[in-house]
Design a protein around this ligand. Structure first.
Ligand code: AAO
Length: 522
């Protein structure tokens, strides 16, 4: 009996923490990076719910350091000063209002939780924080929490600099400072209590889960202790006993991939699997290499995409094409990553992710900045969101054509991506089938009898008749257009009673791919 209880303790809550608690058959999450809470709330109501997005990952809502050199960098939000829910995106009441309004239309909120550290050791002393809380980095004193120097790890770190110097040493990665960030002592009951208190306040406000920042820098046991203290989700919007959805950010080696990535780090993703899902960084890096056709990669190789490529088990994976770090050269992924700066490739890669059944999919929604490359490095990789001169983040204006203005990219609103988020919902639960490829960069696959997608990433036309297994009829292509009443605004595909359809895609098309599904049928 004891063994059973232990197993339940280990797996029970963990298994439940892999579930995003999506509503109404919705599936994809969108990261509205640096958006203000007021804008998130109205986007839930006017766009995300009507178009079937399951949830929003919001930027860290805690109070963070206020940096002026460089001027208000986006990454100041990854340097907590207190757990006050007051940030560049808005006040606590605006946050509460947004969570309520999004939940009321069935769009979940997932919070980017920065719980491994406080601000940088060079953060100075004073009230230069977004909401004026006083702190002292040199004294490791954060009276608003409160945290004092007892609550940090420096005594455990064995490196000369006090920072992580070698990712090959698991002790350094956990007990030393990540890029100089004051490392919290999460083995202390007091620290675990303050972190859990912060997360529980958000849970009680109605959030559905968390993206755990820098999870590889926390011992799994410490993380488990914190997560074990989390409340169940708010029953105003979630069924009783629901556990918060957890997805853990880090570039982790996985057991299966260890052989492929021999030079990898000792810390394994599987150490965290029982705590929740893990961000699968290989996904976006590999998909970028494939669509860019680098290193001899071919789209036809994705026939075994997912665990067949050595990725973590499907039920543990959170996948994405790019994220807020690697779209600007931070974190892991490198130059292969396909971002909104390469829109044609980005649309294809995101469509592939949304059409394929592997993992929980997250769509990036970015802001534009003036890139300035010197020796291949963007000198402006720090630039923060569209702002007024005083550093206040600008609202997100919506243009008549449903795109966003003022520097907000809104990839999630691009017709091709929005329609593929709907595609993912329509085919949810259907197995991948009817795979076809030309042994180069033209592939096609279906999802049961509910959807079918065809890509042409070769430098010549695709012209082929394929079995879609879909019911006979005329379907609107949701990439070149969509179904609008009784007509298609873009291409249409005729499926015969035998389920076969003819596809002709020029490699010079604006978007050289076609997708149809059960709800785009005339
Ligand atoms: C800023 C300044 C620093 C300053 C610091 C403190 O930039 O110069 O010292 O303040 O004053 C973000 C920014 C940082 C910023 C920080 C705080 O990115 O520049 O520092 O806010 O303001 C590692 C972590 C991972 C982390 C990533 C950026 O493991 O968790 O670095 N991501 C999260 C957030 C991120 C945030 C933080 C954490 C901190 O998403 O936005 O930082 O809260 C390897 C390791 C990875 C490691 C990368 C980069 O990756 O495996 O774990 O990520 O290196 O250090 C191939 C390999 C892959 C390798 C990669 C890069 O892909 O396969 O393993 O190459 O080498």
């Amino acid at each position: 009996m004891k063994l059973f209880i232990l197993l339940l303790a280990l797996l029970g809550p963990g298994a439940a923490q892999h579930d995003p608690h999506a509503k109404h058959g919705r599936t994809a999450i969108v990261h509205l990076f640096e958006w203000r809470w007021e804008d998130v709330a109205v986007e839930c109501e006017r766009f995300l719910a009507p178009n079937g997005y399951a949830g929003v990952q919001i930027s860290p809502p805690h109070e963070n350091i206020l940096l002026t050199s460089p001027w208000r960098p986006w990454w100041e939000r990854y340097q907590p000063i207190s757990f006050n829910l007051c940030s560049r995106s808005g006040t606590e009441s605006e946050l509460r209002d947004m969570i309520t309004r999004c939940n009321n239309v069935g769009v979940n909120i997932y919070v980017d939780a920065v719980i491994n550290h406080m601000c940088g050791s060079s953060g100075g002393e004073g009230s230069h924080s977004v909401c004026g809380s006083w702190f002292s980095a040199p004294k490791k004193d954060f009276p608003t929490v409160p945290f004092s120097h007892w609550d940090f790890n420096d005594h455990k770190c064995r490196t000369g600099s006090g920072n992580i110097e070698n990712y090959g040493d698991a002790y350094q990665v956990r007990d030393c400072r990540l890029v100089g960030l004051l490392d919290l002592a999460l083995e202390k009951d007091y620290v675990r209590g303050k972190v859990a208190e912060y997360m529980n306040k958000l849970i009680d406000m109605g959030v559905a889960g968390f993206r755990v920042d820098a999870c590889k820098h926390m011992w799994p046991g410490d993380l488990a202790a914190v997560l074990g203290r989390l409340h169940n989700l708010n029953t105003d919007w979630f069924s009783g006993g629901s556990r918060p959805f957890i997805y853990q950010e880090a570039r982790l080696l996985i057991l299966l991939a260890w052989v492929i990535d021999l030079g990898g780090e000792p810390i394994m993703a599987r150490e965290y699997f029982h705590l929740g899902r893990v961000t699968e960084f290989k996904y976006g890096a590999k998909l970028g290499t494939i669509f860019r056709k680098w290193n001899g990669e071919k789209l036809s190789y994705t026939k075994s995409w997912g665990e067949g490529w050595g990725f973590m088990p499907d039920g543990n994976a959170l996948v994405f094409v790019d994220n807020h770090d690697n779209q600007r050269g931070h974190g892991a992924g490198g130059a292969a990553i396909v971002t909104f700066w390469d829109p044609r490739l980005h649309k294809m890669a995101v469509a592939f992710m949304l059409a394929h059944p592997y993992g929980v999919a997250r769509v990036m929604s970015s802001f534009r900045w003036d890139r300035h490359f010197v020796n291949g490095k963007d000198q402006n990789d720090w630039v923060g969101p569209p702002s007024f001169d005083n550093g206040t983040t600008k609202p997100v204006p919506i243009n008549p054509d449903e795109t966003c203005g003022d520097g907000w990219v809104c990839e999630h609103r691009w017709r091709q991506i929005k329609n593929m988020a709907i595609f993912r919902n329509v085919v949810n639960g259907q197995p991948l089938g009817n795979w076809w490829d030309n042994q180069s960069n033209q592939v096609a696959f279906g999802r049961g009898n509910r959807g079918f997608i065809v890509f042409n990433n070769d430098d010549w036309d695709l012209d082929v008749t394929l079995n879609t297994s879909m019911p006979g009829g005329t379907y609107c292509d949701v990439i070149s257009g969509q179904k609008d009443g009784g007509r298609c605004t873009g291409k249409q595909i005729n499926v015969g009673d035998d389920g076969r359809a003819h596809f002709k895609i020029s490699n010079r098309d604006e978007d050289p791919f076609v997708a149809v599904h059960a709800e785009s049928k005339l």
